[in-house]
Write a protein that binds this ligand. Structure first.
Ligand SMILES: CC(C)(COP(=O)(O)OP(=O)(O)OC[C@H]1O[C@@H](n2cnc3c(N)ncnc32)[C@H](O)[C@@H]1OP(=O)(O)O)[C@@H](O)C(=O)NCCC(=O)NCCS
Length: 258
C-alpha cells in the first residue's frame, strides 16, 4: 500500500460502529497451489496451470465460453495474454503472490486433455478473490469427471481459506442458470445483486449484446466481522425494502453435500 499522510483529512462520516475495525495495513492474498486427485476418479487430475497448458486452455475457452470475444475478458481466449497475468506452477513462490489471476485446470490423464478450466482473480488490498470463469469441455459435462469437478470446486473454497482472502465473489452469466444453482444452492453463497447489461458478450456472426450477470458473495476468515451491518447503512426506503427482500431470499441459500 502507498504511504500517504492522511492526518489532515477526514472521512465523510465515522463508519464502522456496527462492526470490528482494524489497522490499515498492507494486505495480500496468496494463491493456494492445487494438485489433487480423487480415488474415485484416478484418471482425473485437478492442478494449477503450467505454461505447457496455454494452447489447450485457450482452446477450451474458445469452445466453451466464446461469449467473451470482444469483451474485457477476451484475453482468456488468447494464449499469449496469460504470460504476464497468470500464476504458473513452475514459478510458484513468486507468482502465487504477485499474479492477479490463478487458473485451475482439470486434466483427463487417459486422453491427456484439459477438460476443465477455472480462472480466479484477486485484489490484494481488498482481500478479495473473484471466481471469474469456469468451463467444462462439452464432452465431459456428465459422468464421474463432472461429479469430481463439482465436489472439488466446493473444496477449493476451503483451500482458499489459507490464501488470506476474506471476501469471495462470483458473477454468473444468464444464458443458463446452472452456475446460479451451484453457487446458491450447493455452495451456499448469497445473492449480492442482478446487473442488467453488465458485460458485452458475443452472440456469433460478429455481433454482440450486453448481458446480465448475477453476483454472489461469501465471507471467509472473519471478513463478516469487519463488515458494516445494515443498521449503519444510510439507504433510501426503496433500497432498504430491496435489502430486506434479498435477505429473505438469501435464507434459502444452502450448502448441499455435493
Ligand atoms: C457451466 C458448466 C460448467 C456447467 O457444467 P455442467 O456439467 O453442464 O453442469 P450440469 O448441468 O451437469 O449441472 C451440475 C449439477 O447441478 C444441477 N443443476 C444445475 N442447474 C440446476 C437447476 N437449475 N436446478 C436443479 N439442479 C441443477 C445438475 O442437475 C447437476 O447435478 P447432478 O450432477 O447431481 O445431476 C458447463 O455447462 C460449461 O462449461 N458451460 C460453458 C461455460 C459457462 O457457461 N460457464 C459458466 C458461466 S457463469
Amino acid at each position: 500500500m502507498k504511504q500517504i499522510d492522511m492526518n489532515p483529512y477526514q472521512p465523510y462520516r465515522k463508519m464502522g460502529n456496527s462492526c470490528e475495525l482494524r489497522e490499515v495495513a498492507d494486505k495480500k492474498v496468496v494463491w493456494p497451489l492445487i494438485d489433487h486427485m480423487d480415488t474415485a476418479t484416478p484418471n482425473f487430475r485437478l492442478r494449477t496451470i503450467t505454461r505447457n497448458d496455454l494452447d489447450a486452455v485457450a482452446e477450451l475457452w474458445r469452445i466453451s465460453y466464446p461469449e467473451v470475444y470482444g469483451s474485457v475478458h477476451e484475453w482468456i481466449l488468447d494464449p499469449n495474454e496469460y504470460e504476464e497475468r497468470v500464476a504458473f506452477a513452475e514459478h510458484w513462490p513468486e507468482h502465487s503472490v504477485t499474479r492477479p489471476h490463478a487458473v485451475m485446470v482439470g486434466e483427463d490423464l487417459q486422453s491427456n486433455r484439459i477438460v476443465m478450466s477455472s480462472i480466479y482473480t484477486k485484489w490484494d488490498l481488498n482481500l478479495q478473490v473473484e471466481a471469474s470463469f469456469i468451463a467444462i469441455h462439452p464432452d465431459f459435462r456428465k459422468g464421474p469427471i463432472a461429479a469430481s469437478i463439482w465436489s472439488n470446486l466446493a473444496s477449493f473454497y476451503k483451500w482458499l481459506e489459507d490464501s488470506g482472502a476474506e471476501y469471495v465473489t462470483v458473477f454468473c452469466e444468464t444464458w443458463h442458470n446452472t452456475t446460479q444453482y451451484i453457487w446458491f444452492k450447493r455452495l451456499g453463497w448469497k445473492i449480492a445483486g442482478i446487473f442488467p447489461g453488465n458485460l458485452t458478450r458475443w452472440t456469433g456472426d460478429e455481433r454482440e449484446y450486453r448481458g446480465c450477470t448475477i453476483h454472489f458473495y461469501r465471507f471467509l476468515n472473519g471478513g463478516d466481522r469487519i463488515s458494516t451491518r445494515p443498521e449503519e447503512w444510510d439507504l433510501l426506503p426503496e433500497v432498504s425494502e430491496l435489502w430486506e427482500f434479498m435477505e429473505k431470499i438469501n435464507e434459502q441459500s444452502s450448502e448441499e453435500a455435493l
